[in-house]
Design a binder for this molecule. Structure first.
Ligand code: 4AD
Ligand code: MG
Length: 461
């Protein structure tokens, strides 16, 4: 049978021909002697209209089919000038593939996103989530395409790891113990030497450290995989399990790092605009009516750039009544990020050179000894979507930073060794995949851009 995508994309070659499609009933309208079915086959955002009448031997049965029943239709594709839809299939036979129960929860009305979240197994059949998850797939593809076209090597970094890349201690523990008899040491702490892995292991918070090792072999690499953070923050932008893209480039400084991030983001936005026009129009009509203007502007303009110190000055002078007052040295809160991107720049903006005390141990210390060569990309509506830096390649300074931050150097022996053997300057960043999807679709909750979200207190599916 033909896919509905193929029919919509090349309808001219099918007019007045007999074709066959299989799909699920989205809606139907009936009168005594004929009816219309909006059929969705999953390959295309839009439904195809089926017309049928009482010349079908099973007309009565078809008329009574509940929404979400699956059918196979054979009939002629006919143009319908002047109607809402450009064409329809005039059915000659309709076979029932699967009968749906009439208590199907997705009826023909607009359901709230909260309700749809509670049926995560069915929501991909709704318009909104059909659009979100096809765009998610396209963005993933565009990211691979972008990096592969630029000769980056796709590197698979481990999910189970002994090191805490971000040093924030927000990790999910991995153990192989029998939970009824966890081995203890004399001081009653857990004896990890008895674990299958022989040491304390966790789910990775970032593949960066391993990506650095591969960048010093392949020059340009990227990771794209799931990462895990056990932060107990119940916000619309944090998930316990999310996907991250982490390019890492040898011989690159912070400027080149930012240029790559800007090129990448523009590339994937343009790719989605070109390849998912129906979905993007839907988001613009029903989710955020400034979306298409905004995205089209972004691909044609330069991102903003400001240092952390300048940003703090701007925020202090803003006259805004922030919930968290700003002082040099504080982390930027959502309200500050929003002010910078939505009131000042009105476009994506890189904030660079943060105080060393609020950033991770691996970032390169600047000559002022107070700030590091870090960059965050903030975007209107979402806030931080990228965090990156030039890495500290100087062994003594890196060791000193680790000591200051209370990290155990033995745990990072291989990472430190990279600095001894041709450890040139290098840089990289991490793009939060779900945050990118939020930005591109206008969806405002991270739970609505990942199929089965994992957030504190929610792992029902
Ligand atoms: O800023 P982060 O913590 O940076 C790193 O992990 C670096 N190792 C990346 C690198 O330089 N290779 O995380 C990077 C991005 C953030 O900007 C954000 O978009 C996303 O990952 N992110 C989250 N997304 C969803 N839920 C969470 N809990 C997230 N934490 C970070
Ligand atoms: Mg960050």
């Amino acid at each position: 049978s033909l896919s509905v995508r193929e029919i919509f994309r090349n309808s001219n070659s099918y007019f007045d021909q007999t074709i066959k499609v299989s799909g699920w009933i989205r809606t139907s309208r009936l009168s005594k002697t004929f009816g219309f079915i909006e059929l969705n086959d999953g390959t295309f955002f839009k439904n195809i209209q089926i017309v049928f009448d009482d010349t079908l031997h099973n007309f009565k049965e078809i008329s009574k089919l509940p929404i979400s029943s699956a059918i196979t239709v054979e009939g002629k594709l006919e143009e319908t000038p002047g109607s809402k839809q450009p064409f329809e299939i005039k059915a000659t036979t309709i076979n029932i593939e699967a009968l749906s129960s009439s208590d199907y929860p997705l009826q023909k009305k607009r359901h709230s996103l909260e309700f749809l979240r509670s049926i995560a197994h069915l929501r991909p059949r709704s318009n909104t989530f059909s659009a979100v998850f096809r765009v998610r797939s396209l963005v993933a593809y565009a990211i691979h395409k972008f990096f592969q076209e630029r000769d980056f090597v796709y590197t698979h970094t481990p999910i189970i790891t002994g090191s805490d890349c971000e040093g924030a201690g927000q990790m999910f523990r991995v153990t192989t113990f029998d939970m009824n008899s966890v081995p203890l040491k004399d001081d009653n702490t857990v004896d990890f030497s008895k674990d299958f892995f022989g040491k304390e292991t966790n789910l990775t918070v970032s593949g960066q450290l391993e990506a650095e090792a591969y960048a010093l072999a392949f020059r340009k690499v990227y990771t794209f995989g799931p990462t895990f953070r056990a932060e107990n923050s119940n916000t619309s932008r944090h998930a316990s399990e999310f996907w991250m893209i982490e390019p890492e480039i040898a011989f690159a400084d912070l400027e080149e790092n930012m240029a790559l991030a800007e090129d990448m983001l523009k590339y994937i936005i343009q790719y989605v605009l070109n390849n998912a026009p129906e979905e993007m129009e839907f988001f613009n009509n029903f989710i955020d009516n400034t979306l298409l203007d905004r995205l089209n502007n972004i691909v044609n303009s330069e991102f903003g750039k400001i240092t952390y110190t300048e940003a703090i000055d701007l925020l202090k002078k803003s006259g805004e009544n922030f919930e968290y007052p700003v002082e040099w040295g504080c982390d930027l809160q959502t309200e500050h990020e929003r002010y910078l991107t939505e009131k000042i720049f009105k476009k994506p903006v890189f904030v660079t050179d943060y105080p060393k005390d609020i950033k991770a141990f691996y970032m390169r210390l600047n000559d002022d000894n107070k700030t590091v060569a870090a960059m965050d990309l903030l975007v209107p509506g979402v806030g931080e979507i990228i965090g990156g830096s030039q890495r500290e390649e100087r062994l003594e300074i890196l060791e000193k930073r680790m000591e200051e931050m209370g990290l155990n150097k033995e745990d990072y022996w291989w990472y430190l060794e990279l600095r001894k053997y041709g450890g040139v300057k290098h840089s990289g960043y991490g793009l939060g995949f779900e945050r990118a999807i939020m930005y591109i679709t206008g969806m405002s909750n991270i739970r609505d851009v990942i199929p089965f979200p994992r957030t504190p207190k929610s792992a029902e599916f």
